[in-house]
Design a protein around this ligand. Structure first.
Ligand code: HEC
Ligand code: HEC
Ligand code: HEC
Ligand code: HEC
Ligand code: HEC
Ligand code: HEC
Ligand code: HEC
Length: 392
């Protein structure tokens, strides 16, 4: 489920895209780029000082685990535990899909697949007419809101299963990003070998502290996107707070609320992919609908950044996604007025000639991504007319 394997960096494309970013505004005045905060690639963010999600330099002994944070922040901890992010990876024995479905099977013209529970282990196997290979599964990646992919190890390398479980299908099918063509041998029918860097990145977004002290050590990770994946290792914060040193404690943990609008979106983009990450990787077409920061920042609404339109303006990272579309109306109406109302400094956005509520149902359309078997919400806010091509 990974699209960033190959790097198709094109300097020309980046320059053109940056120019487009700066002119993405209702004003016609060209701004000096040097003084504007601009979205960055995660690769550059993690080089900067201080904590940033997916940064691997945090010392292992300073990660305390979410149970420790819960002792003083029970509100965040209780609702966070119900989020898909908290369950972005799990051991097979803790995966509801694997526990709940019984044995899973899948057949193609050339291969037969099975995932079975054998005692404490979950084993994944593929057979052709003659032979079978079997591997115990190590990890289930993705809660399975859309899909769940499996990780196993073979001859010292990590592999991504060729099959994933899809909730809408309620069965296994080919993993997004894998070729539909028949694999040449059993090994590649089982899964795709992850290069060391790719494996590290994959664990980096779906687990906490798989890399610490700049060393990838998945044996010591904490599954899921936990408090410290976002806020940084917490030992110093906890020690200071226990000693009543509030100011010192505050300074030793990242509070993303204090980030600028652009940095705040880049923060979520460390895993959801920033505008800069998508430009750098050159991902075009419907495949980029998964990358909300890129889509959002290409909206006319975004301008050059506005705290009323960051990810956290609409989503609480400590709570499950809100699926009631009307709940988002207030976010749009922070800038747009209802038809008939006068424009104010704050509400400079034009009114809608068509609707007064459920704005996102028309202006943030659901886009089907081939091979994901479930739609994504397009975060490029726009007038989506039937038959219009997908705007890059
Ligand atoms: C011993 C109690 C204690 C523990 C354990 C604890 N915190 Fe805190 N934390 C506090 C207190 C007290 C504050 C300040 C609260 C306030 O501003 O009202 C705070 C504030 C914060 C803030 C906001 C900082 C700011 O800028 O104001 C964050 C973020 C935070 N904690 C995250 C964490 C995380 C992540 C963990 C686990 C690694 C954790 N805390 C564990 C007591 C604790
Ligand atoms: C350390 C990586 C990481 C960071 C940082 C991160 N996310 Fe996520 N996020 C994930 C992963 C992985 C998933 C997929 C979880 C799953 O379904 O298994 C996800 C899923 C989500 C979902 C989908 C929930 C659903 O119901 O399908 C939302 C919403 C979300 N993240 C919002 C945010 C916001 C807002 C921020 C920034 C405050 C953020 N994320 C930062 C890794 C991250
Ligand atoms: C740069 C961070 C990043 C990397 C690297 C990454 N993922 Fe994800 N993954 C995410 C985020 C964010 C989401 C949630 C949004 C989405 O579905 O695209 C996600 C979603 C998923 C889902 C769907 C989850 C669900 O509940 O539907 C699966 C499965 C998955 N990833 C598996 C993998 C595997 C396996 C790898 C490595 C081979 C990988 N991912 C690499 C960030 C990442
Ligand atoms: C996906 C990233 C993410 C995860 C995971 C996460 N947080 Fe946060 N946290 C944020 C962001 C973004 C903010 C700032 C916006 C806000 O307050 O919601 C924040 C703010 C906070 C604050 C300060 C609230 C304030 O009023 O300023 C505390 C305390 C906190 N988080 C604790 C936790 C604890 C405890 C956990 C784990 C149970 C956790 N967070 C998990 C991203 C995250
Ligand atoms: C103007 C409000 C708004 C903003 C800003 C926003 N989102 Fe969303 N987001 C939504 C809505 C609406 C949904 C769909 C909710 C539903 O019906 O399930 C959604 C869904 C999601 C999902 C679930 C997958 C999907 O495609 O449905 C993820 C992940 C997500 N948002 C991440 C982000 C991130 C990361 C950012 C910041 C770049 C962000 N969102 C900014 C409104 C917003
Ligand atoms: C931070 C302020 C802000 C927020 C929040 C905001 N918008 Fe906008 N929006 C603007 C501005 C500024 C423009 C461009 C000038 C105009 O059309 O008024 C715009 C333009 C638009 C357009 C026209 C786009 C085009 O391509 O012509 C639509 C449609 C729109 N917004 C809908 C929404 C919806 C729906 C939401 C909530 C999901 C929303 N906006 C949230 C400020 C905002
Ligand atoms: C039933 C679908 C629907 C709903 C619901 C809806 N809109 Fe629209 N909106 C449209 C269409 C279609 C247009 C294009 C109208 C035209 O140009 O003919 C539009 C146009 C707009 C524009 C551009 C106006 C201009 O003069 O350029 C904005 C801004 C906008 N909508 C914001 C919103 C907001 C905010 C909400 C929620 C309060 C909302 N819309 C609800 C369908 C909808």
């Amino acid at each position: 489920m990974y699209f960033f394997g190959k790097r198709s960096f094109s300097a020309m494309f980046v320059v053109a895209a940056l120019a487009a970013y700066f002119f993405n505004s209702s004003e016609c005045v060209a701004q000096a780029p040097a003084v504007q905060p601009i979205p960055m690639a995660t690769e550059d963010r993690v080089q900067s000082q201080g904590w940033w999600p997916t940064k691997g330099s945090g010392p292992r002994e300073e990660f305390v685990g979410p149970a420790e944070c819960a002792k003083c922040h029970s509100t965040e901890a209780t609702s966070w535990a119900k989020t898909p992010m908290a369950h972005a990876s799990a051991e097979p024995k803790d995966s509801e899909i694997l526990r709940g479905q019984g044995d899973l099977t899948f057949h193609t013209a050339s291969f037969s697949y099975e995932i079975n529970q054998t005692g404490q282990e979950t084993v994944y196997s593929v057979s052709d007419a003659k032979n079978t290979i079997t591997q115990p599964l190590l990890w289930a990646f993705g809660l399975g809101h859309k899909g769940q992919t499996y990780i196993y190890q073979r001859n010292g390398a990590f592999y991504e299963s060729r099959l994933s479980f899809y909730k809408t299908l309620r069965r296994l099918d080919i993993t997004t990003g894998h070729l539909k063509e028949t694999p040449g041998d059993l090994d590649s029918a089982l899964g795709r070998r992850l290069g060391p860097e790719e494996a590290q990145r994959c664990f980096g977004c779906h687990t906490t502290a798989s890399t610490a002290n700049n060393h990838f050590n998945p044996d010591r990770l904490t599954p899921g996107v936990t408090c410290e994946a976002c806020h940084g290792p917490g030992a110093k914060h906890v020690t200071a707070m226990q000693a009543g040193k509030i100011e010192k404690g505050r300074q030793s943990v990242l509070n993303p609320r204090r980030l600028s609008a652009v940095a705040s979106v880049d923060f979520c983009g460390a895993c959801h992919r920033t505008w800069g990450d998508v430009i750098q990787a050159g991902i075009t077409g419907v495949a980029n609908v998964r990358f909300q920061p890129y889509r959002l920042e290409n909206s006319r609404c975004w301008g050059r950044g506005d705290a009323r339109l960051t990810c956290i303006a609409c989503h609480n990272p400590h709570a499950p996604l809100v699926s009631d579309t009307a709940a988002y109306d207030g976010k749009c109406l922070a800038c747009h007025r209802i038809a008939g109302a006068n424009a104010t400094r704050e509400k400079s956005g034009k009114p809608c000639p068509v609707g007064r509520e459920n704005c996102v149902t028309c202006h943030m359309p659901q886009i089907d991504m081939p091979s994901m078997h479930a739609p994504f919400t397009d975060h490029r806010i726009r007038i989506a007319r039937p038959g219009d091509p997908y705007p890059n």
